[in-house]
Design a protein around this ligand. Structure first.
Ligand code: ATP
Length: 443
């Protein structure tokens, strides 16, 4: 019997992390040098999975829509950007330090603090006293310039939003966009997270995909588009294959909303350690454009070509990490079935759509035929894997763990009637398919 896991089940996370290492999805960053906390490297399968996720997102947000354009802004920006955006003040965590072991935790994380107090108590080390809360910047500082005393201090971007906001004027002037319209971006962000951990959930270098959607500055419009993007993003996550019962919306309380937000809702995922933010939908009002206009001295207003009205648009933002949902997708896809582990990834996300095997590797006529099919599928743009090691059963098991939806085996019958066995990942059922219809079959 196939076993699906609820994410809260103990051990699931460890199983997913182990599978990621074993099958080339994700490795600890700088592993051979002892690692670097809060960084992860994507391997051959993981980088394909991540690319498929980003490509699908871009297709939905940009390619298939006529109201959203894309940008790819620099990671390093003029330091004034961060003053204007409010991040120099706001991108700081308030921390408390344990006087027993000097570990620092976020002052607002009551659960983590209690857990820590419990650990000391259980080890008989006494009662924890915390220092007064202090603020620590989470922006990652960098320097550019070749002459030592002439270097410019700057920050690697802590979120990708600012690169869109500072190009608002450029986008409006260089394209045909008209309010309401959006600007999409995918890219890396960096944060000096105090407590990186839980695999990809909280790292110091991660990727984000975001749309800033500019609308008329109006309460009713704001509510309408906020609702639209909430539903749109929920539907997208369901399309990716997330289990409905593992997702929920959570509105931010007044006291937790980010410095820029008029309204904010998270889509949360049920992680092994409870509900956590996967992405956020924010009504940022005209906060960013107003601040950048003020700090840069440049006019960032929009002129409605029909009415001639001039205004600073409001921004409804959908902001998501790439790695965080990717990790959750792996957890939702992880299934144990009798003697096999299966990653039931959506075929669009699966690193390889097809794997091709010769039945045995010491029969040149089978290998040659299999190789021809393998190369033809690749040439047709279908991501295809090759495996000739060990027995067929083992090869199936390996592909199941990678999430490959179909395996093609070239056997002696292929040489006679030009058909191959196609085996389905989820049902394990096999059927004979004509070689010359394979490409259409998989499409
Ligand atoms: P959290 O409360 O978990 O720290 P946040 O509210 O700081 O998250 P945002 O600033 O809203 O997060 O960032 C948008 C998205 O970027 C998050 O929903 C998440 O998917 C992703 N993200 C943020 N910080 C990290 C991180 N350190 N590692 C991986 N992904 C992250």
């Amino acid at each position: 019997m196939a076993q699906d896991f609820t994410p809260t089940e103990s051990g699931l996370m460890q199983k997913v992390v182990a599978l990621c290492k074993r099958r080339g999805f994700i490795f600890p960053g700088s592993e051979i040098y002892g690692g670097l906390g809060g960084t992860w490297d994507y391997g051959p399968t993981g980088s394909l999975l991540k690319k498929n996720l980003k490509d699908w997102w871009w297709e939905e947000m940009v390619t298939l829509r006529d109201d959203i354009v894309g940008v790819d802004a620099a990671i390093m920006m003029n330091p004034r950007v961060w003053e204007a955006s409010g991040h120099l003040e706001a991108f700081a965590d308030t921390l408390v330090e344990c006087k027993l072991c000097h570990i620092r935790l976020r002052a607002d994380k009551e659960e983590e603090k209690k857990e820590h107090e419990k650990e000391h108590a259980e080890k008989g080390e006494g009662k924890v006293e915390w220092t007064n809360p202090r603020r620590f910047s989470t922006l990652v500082a960098a320097q550019v310039g070749v002459i030592e005393e002439d270097k410019t201090n700057l920050y690697l971007r802590g979120e990708i939003t600012a690169g869109v906001q500072i190009n608002f004027r450029n986008v409006v002037d260089s394209t045909r966009v008209r309010v309401p319209f959006g600007v999409a971006q995918i890219g890396k962000a960096f944060r000096n997270e105090i407590t990186p951990g839980n695999f990809l959930f909280r790292s110091r270098e991660f990727e984000q995909f975001e749309v800033q959607y500019y609308i008329r500055p109006d309460e009713t419009e704001g509510k309408k588009w906020f609702e639209y993007w909430k539903q749109n993003r929920r539907d997208w996550h369901l399309k990716l294959g997330f289990k409905k019962e593992h997702l929920r919306f959570r509105d931010h309380r007044d006291d937790e909303r980010a410095h820029y937000a008029i309204a904010a809702t998270d889509i949360e995922y049920l992680t092994p350690w409870g509900w956590e933010e996967m992405m956020g939908i924010h009504n940022r009002g005209d906060y960013d454009l107003r601040r950048h206009q003020e700090f840069s001295g440049k006019d960032l207003t929009y002129r409605d070509p029909e009415t001639g009205e001039t205004f600073l648009p409001w921004d409804i933002e959908t902001s998501s990490g790439v790695d965080r949902p990717l990790m959750f997708l792996l957890m939702d896809a992880y299934t144990e079935d009798a003697d096999r582990v299966v990653l039931k990834l959506h075929p669009r996300l699966a690193p390889y759509k097809v794997a091709v095997f010769p039945l045995v590797k010491n029969k040149p006529e089978l290998v040659e035929k299999a190789r021809t099919i393998f190369l033809a599928l690749k040439k047709a743009g279908i991501s295809t894997a090759w495996d000739e090691r060990g027995n067929i059963g083992k090869r199936y098991l390996a592909q199941d763990e990678i999430g490959t939806p179909w395996c093609v085996t070239v056997d002696y019958q292929t040489l006679e009637d030009k058909t191959v066995t196609v085996r389905d990942r989820d049902t394990t059922l096999q059927e004979r398919i004509k070689v010359d219809t394979l490409e259409t079959h998989f499409r």
